[in-house]
Design a binder for this molecule. Structure first.
Ligand code: SF4
Length: 364
């Protein structure tokens, strides 16, 4: 298949693997921030191809996984309101909150519907004028502009029953929070590809400059990731810390400026709660005052109750790269994708799901 097969060629992969093995002399730990990279690394067995000098750890780059339990509880509370349809991406349905999940709420009679985009949710509002639609806005810089566009469209078309509960998060502030916490020594970052399409590689310059950590933006095919690791190794061995791009077919230095403008027109940055990491200043996106009538949190009164983490689940530590799913006593015993205890097992980009589906390695 054009544009796929080229990035899966085994002869090129072998060349990159041998280049990495030859160049890598010093022990180093690289963090892949993005859940999409975690899944690809496991799916293509990339960890097993690397020399023992390189350790890969997963970071907090899965939007479903990092959504705090208090926000999941709010999502469920919205579904309990009468005449409200909760519209959500499928991954959110099974995520357990403190007492229930959206899937369970739906089974008990709540009107919870799966959508593939914010525009689907907007159409739902148009088609159900006697109800209010609350769309659960989740994701990083990649999805926020499309949701901003749906709000502008609702305004333009005078659709008054469309609301967004914005749980969007910005990635550079949380990378900063993880680095400041200093719990895991990181020698290089595999920077997220899709996020960087919007933010540009410039978003990671502070990591190279202020923390002296090499950064390479990667795509999601096996050759992209191997190329990225090879470039990180070159920086480490050469004593450099710069921001480089191994995904130039999607990412440039400035990013998508129009999408950035759209996002900042509708949203304003705010503190946000991240599972396992806590409150990170400037890492959330809430609707700007001008669009407050679309803000579900301001329009509806909900009673989400007290929030607490699932007993025995160490998702928070997995998301910080401090522990792996293999360290969790519930992994593959009580917690499986069929019966997930925490979000890292539910999400298609979750680290626990990747370990379960593709097998965690002993260096995990
Ligand atoms: Fe949480 Fe399950 Fe992962 Fe353990 S295996 S950290 S319970 S999601």
């Amino acid at each position: 298949m054009k544009f796929i097969d080229e990035f899966r060629r085994s002869d090129l992969a072998k060349g990159l693997v041998s280049r990495i093995a030859q160049r890598s002399k010093n022990n180093v730990r690289f963090m892949e921030f993005c859940g999409g990279h975690t899944v690809a690394i496991f799916k293509y067995g990339i960890r097993q191809l690397l020399p023992p000098t390189i350790e890969m750890v997963s970071g907090p780059g899965c939007p479903v996984c990092v959504t705090a339990n208090s926000d999941i509880d709010k999502c469920i509370a919205f579904s309990q309101l009468s005449d409200v349809i909760v519209a959500t991406f499928g991954d959110m349905l099974k995520v357990p909150g403190s007492r229930s999940s959206l899937q369970r709420a739906k089974a008990e009679g709540a009107d919870v519907r799966m959508v593939y985009s914010a525009l689907d949710a907007l159409s739902m509002a148009r088609d159900n004028p006697d109800k209010s639609v609350v769309f659960l806005g989740i994701g990083f810089e990649t999805t926020a502009p499309t949701i901003a566009a749906s709000i502008l469209q609702a305004q333009e078309q005078k659709i008054k029953n469309y609301h967004v509960f914005s749980m969007h998060k910005l990635t550079p502030p949380v990378v900063k929070a993880v680095l400041n916490a200093g719990e895991v020594k990181i020698g290089g970052i595999v920077c997220p590809g899709h996020v960087s399409v919007i933010t540009g590689s410039q978003a990671w310059e502070f990591v190279a400059k202020d923390y002296g950590i090499p950064c390479v933006v990667s795509g999601f095919e096996p050759l992209d990731i191997l190329q990225c690791i090879a470039m990180l190794v070159e920086q480490v061995e050469g004593g450099r810390s710069e921001v480089e791009i191994a995904y130039s077919r999607g990412v440039c230095h400035e990013g998508n400026v129009e999408a950035q403008k759209l996002m900042h027109r509708v949203f304003q940055s705010s503190p946000a709660e991240w599972r396992g990491i806590g409150r990170v200043p400037g890492s959330g996106l809430k609707l700007a005052e001008k669009y407050s009538r679309f803000d579900a949190e301001r329009v509806f009164e909900i009673e989400p109750g007290e929030s607490y983490e699932p007993e025995g689940c160490i998702c928070g530590e997995v998301l910080r790269g401090v522990r792996t799913p293999n360290d969790c006593a519930l992994f593959n015993t009580i917690c499986t994708p069929q019966s997930p205890v925490g979000p890292c097992m539910v999400s298609s980009e979750g680290t626990c799901a990747a370990y379960y589906l593709y097998g965690g390695d002993s260096r995990g």
